[in-house]
Design a protein around this ligand. Structure first.
Ligand SMILES: Nc1ncnc2c1ncn2[C@@H]1O[C@H](COP(=O)(O)OP(=O)(O)O)[C@@H](O)[C@H]1O
Ligand SMILES: C[C@@](O)(CCOP(=O)(O)OP(=O)(O)O)CC(=O)O
Length: 498
């Protein structure tokens, strides 16, 4: 019995903000609190040619019921419809950016080395796209009934807040284009805001491909563990290092308390193309090695901030280089193990208190004693704990000489904290010059007061690391988005981009 994929599959995954646990979360002894954001990356996979040409009653994008994988009972009939061996290729486009097209030929490696794509067109490579294709197609090639991939066309669309507004591009009617902006620049020239575009991209892309070829989109939730393992493997390979993976955790499962997986799980995978790679990838994705089980911990999945509290991200439009920052902080930690351990333990303990306080407050409104207007008092501890976290991050900055909370961000956060209705603020994740995270009372007047502050905001202090803030922009993102998601119902939103 052959399984025929739907003509079009669409999947999205969210971006993230690591509210607490930057650097600590790299070590399994510690943990992080990550919120999934409603800025998502969408991957739309269209079957251009398949092993059986589509019949006229099979339009490209069918309504969900009829688009389910059709189970072809009569294989004889199916074979008659074959139209010779189609060329296997994958074309990936990111049409919000200039020159963002990657055309790949698909090759099968010898000795079970997996399925590897090679770029046919000139222009910059996209390691995250290429590696996602390699890993997803290798996994699919190993598990799918049919080895025929046919030709695929993949479109990637990113919600606007992933990149600083360029003011370029043709954006006369963004709403008519599903709400997606044309950025008018190449991906290389786009300024990231730090929401984790590569993790959301890898998660959406591998999930869309695996769904397209091997399962019904409604089963996406059931397959999340496997998709998580596959996305972690692909993301690490593309980055050339094993990070903590909290961003993939959030992209797959949504907001959670995150403890990383043991890095050795992925270190044994080896290179795509090496003999028996496909077996090792299959075993890793399906968690079949009893000596190395996946040990990622995602708890409190789907957690939200307490009612009446909201998270804002304020972009300062001067992105940092996380990899080199991570390297330097870890080097300092290695050279100063005892001092660093103490700092890590203190910060972790404080972060835990903050997490528990937020969880406690999530239930407060249900208490009979709750009265409207009590928020400032209720949220006082959250503000105090966030300030304490900041002081540990200041110590980290000073000692490691890495701009975790550089002086211009300190100045900005201090100014933000003066605004009535602001509960607390931190530099999330690795810190640096990415967007700052601010917790506020969920009230439009607080947003307006912050907007007024940002209108003419510029940093005044001299930064030790050369950073200067010329403008601050409040991003439109909110927390509490769900993890990886079937978007077949949203196809209409994408149509003008396909
Ligand atoms: N919209 C997109 N389309 C295609 N590739 C993208 C897109 N957004 C991000 N990427 C890929 O992810 C890379 C950025 O990843 P990274 O530097 O890790 O940033 P982030 O912190 O946002 O994850 C880009 O260089 C590109 O390869
Ligand atoms: C330092 C870290 O612990 C957190 C980095 O958090 P960011 O949110 O800054 O991440 P990027 O998207 O890579 O910029 C590294 C890690 O956990 O992998």
């Amino acid at each position: 019995m052959a399984v025929r994929p739907a003509a079009t599959t669409a999947v999205s995954a969210p971006g993230k903000v690591l509210l607490t646990g930057g650097y600590l979360v790299l070590d399994r002894k510690y943990s992080g609190t990550v919120f999934a954001l409603d800025a998502r990356i969408h991957a739309i996979v269209e079957q251009v040619h398949r092993d059986r040409p589509p019949t006229p009653s099979e339009p490209l994008a069918q309504p969900p019921d009829t688009a389910k994988e059709a189970v072809i009972e009569d294989e004889e009939q199916d074979k008659k419809a074959l139209d010779g061996p189609p060329e296997e290729s994958v074309v990936v486009r990111s049409p919000q950016f200039r020159d963002a097209v990657w055309e790949y030929a698909v090759q099968r490696c010898k000795d079970g080395g997996g399925v590897k794509v090679s770029q046919r067109n000139d222009g910059p490579k996209n390691p995250f796209v290429e590696t996602s294709l390699n890993y997803a197609l290798t996994y699919i090639g190993y598990v799918a009934d049919s080895q025929d991939l046919g030709s695929l066309s993949v479109t990637i669309l990113a919600d606007n807040d992933y990149y600083s507004d360029t003011g370029l591009g043709n954006n006369v009617d963004v709403r008519a284009r599903g709400g997606f902006r044309d950025f008018g620049v190449t991906l290389q020239d786009a300024h990231k805001t730090g929401l984790g575009s590569s993790a959301a991209l890898v998660t959406a892309l591998v999930s869309a491909l695996v769904t397209h070829r091997t399962m019904h989109p409604d089963d996406l939730v059931v397959a999340r563990e496997k998709l998580h393992n596959l996305a972690q493997a692909a993301h690490c390979a593309a980055q050339g290092k094993v990070g903590s993976g909290f961003d993939i955790g959030a992209a797959v499962f949504g907001s959670c308390f995150y403890r990383r997986f043991s890095p050795s799980i992925l270190e044994k995978l080896g290179e795509i193309g090496s003999p028996r790679f496909e077996e090792r990838l299959f075993s890793t994705v399906e968690d079949l090695d009893p000596t190395q089980p996946w040990d990622t911990e995602c708890a409190d999945v789907g957690m939200k901030l307490p009612p009446g509290m909201q998270l804002l991200l304020c972009d300062v439009d001067c992105g940092s280089q996380t990899p080199s920052m991570v390297k330097k902080v870890l080097e300092w930690r290695k050279q100063n193990q005892d001092e660093a351990d103490q700092l890590w333990d203190d910060l972790q303990a404080n972060n835990e208190k903050l997490r528990h306080e937020l969880r406690r407050l999530s239930h407060v409104r249900m208490n009979p004693g709750y009265e409207a207007g009590m928020e400032p008092e209720l949220y006082r501890n959250v503000g105090i704990l966030m300030q304490r976290s900041r002081s540990y991050l200041h110590a980290m900055t000073e000692k490691s000489k890495v701009p975790v909370e550089p002086r211009v961000q300190t100045e900005l956060l201090d100014a933000v904290l003066q605004v009535e209705g602001v509960i607390g603020g931190v530099v999330p994740g690795a810190g640096g010059y990415d967007a700052v995270a601010v917790l506020i009372q969920d009230d439009i007047d607080v947003v307006k007061r912050l907007q007024a502050l940002f209108e003419s905001y510029q940093s005044k202090v001299e930064d030790d690391f050369g950073g200067k803030i010329e403008r601050v922009r409040m991003l439109g993102v909110r927390h509490g988005s769900e993890g990886v998601k079937n978007e077949f119902q949203s196809l209409g939103r994408y149509l003008t981009w396909l």
